[in-house]
Design a binder for this molecule. Structure first.
Ligand code: ATP
Length: 364
């Protein structure tokens, strides 16, 4: 099989093996979950960035409130850590409604979903994270629930099974997905509003860092916040996590105040470089440049060279390297860009071509 066919450059980082606990991973770890609740913005005004989604959602919610109606179902797509859970909580708060939080993988049987749906209160927000990972029967039950606020509960088995219709109170489903493309069109079409969350600009992340520092009672100057923001890979969750590690360093090794120098030195200790690359990202780039002259080189060969699983390189390191324009996935193999050479301070070999990376020599 051609590896290129299975490659999705927009695929979000999925923690794999030892890479799961990396400081710049975008999925939440246990430590994050404890702090995140305290750092979540509580209303749309407090929510930083995502101007388009925020403005559109503001209209959807204001209109529903003015009509005294339940808000339309909302689908939020985007990489982990960009604020989908936070926005769902804000939707509930803006509608003065309670919220129930669950996820696709937690709903394996239609009965699991029926139990949740039948216990919802009128107007309640149901947040369904990773909605693309729900089972097929549950998904089909959801179609009817979203459209008609009704489900058919199947009682019994085999020829004697009967469907008992169950009326549901109007509710708002907020679905979140990192892979909007994986949602079947009938499900996608049942959302009244779809918002795509983009990675954050450095200036927006700076505001996130300042806000979190204020809530955590940490003193930080403008340049210190800019330094952390620049290494946060466009993701508020990572910005908040780096801030906490820099705060530790500032407390233990300095006077507690975060300046540019303190942030840069602290993050060097944690091996997060000026562009947000960590040890794994740099190992991949270094192997590509130093061992294979910048490529093209096959994924398996590259993975062996860095001593990681193929999936770890492909799913954990590469998405960010591709996004940053440091690495390209081509039909002939992985290739470094001029920006990669510049970032590692190396000089590309002359026009003679790759040092060792003859196309066809390496596995595909
Ligand atoms: N726009 C924002 N302004 C301020 N803080 C934010 C913003 N977006 C996210 N955060 C912070 O980032 C953290 C992660 O956000 P959240 O849990 O909502 O992300 P998510 O997209 O739901 O991630 P996942 O897909 O892993 O569930 C939270 O602590 C939240 O406070």
């Amino acid at each position: 099989m051609n590896w290129d066919e299975t490659t999705d450059e927009t695929a979000p980082e999925r923690p794999v093996g030892p890479a799961a606990d990396r400081l710049v991973g975008s999925a939440a770890d246990g430590d994050d979950q404890a702090v995140e609740a305290a750092l979540r913005p509580k209303d749309l005004d407090e929510f930083i960035g995502q101007e388009k989604v925020r403005e559109q959602l503001d209209l959807v919610l204001k209109a529903a409130r003015a009509r005294g109606a339940t808000a339309d179902h909302v689908l939020l797509s985007g990489a982990p850590g960009l604020g989908k859970t936070t926005l769902s909580m804000i939707i509930a708060a803006e509608m003065s409604a309670p919220i129930r939080i669950t996820s696709g993988p937690a709903i394996q049987h239609a009965g699991d979903l029926a139990a949740i749906l039948s216990s919802l209160q009128e107007g309640e927000v149901l947040f369904l994270d990773e909605i693309h990972r729900m089972s097929r029967p549950a998904e089909e039950m959801l179609y009817m629930a979203m459209e008609d606020f009704r489900v058919d509960v199947i009682v019994g088995k085999g020829p004697g099974a009967t469907a008992i219709p169950l009326e549901l109170p109007p509710f708002t489903l907020v679905g979140a997905t990192t892979r909007a493309g994986l949602l079947p069109p009938p499900l996608r079409d049942r959302f009244g509003f779809t918002g795509h969350m983009e990675f954050y600009a450095p200036a927006e992340l700076e505001r996130v860092v300042h806000r979190s520092a204020r809530l955590l009672d940490v003193e930080i100057d403008t340049e210190g916040a800019a330094e952390i923001a620049g290494r946060s890979r466009g993701t508020p969750r990572i910005a908040n996590r780096l801030l906490r590690r820099v705060r530790d360093y500032a407390q233990v090794r300095a006077d507690g105040i975060i300046t540019r120098e303190i942030a840069a030195t602290a993050l060097a200790v944690y091996e997060v470089d000026a562009r947000g690359l960590d040890r794994l990202d740099r190992a991949v780039l270094e192997a590509l440049l130093k061992l294979f002259g910048g490529g093209p080189v096959g994924l398996s060969t590259l993975a062996v060279a860095v001593g990681e699983e193929r999936e770890t390189v492909e799913e954990v390191a590469e998405p960010f390297l591709v996004r940053e324009g440091l690495l390209a996935r081509t039909p002939r193999g992985r290739v470094a860009t001029p920006a990669a050479w510049a970032h590692l301070g190396l000089v590309p070999p002359q026009a003679a071509g790759p040092a060792t990376g003859q196309p066809g020599l390496f596995d595909a």
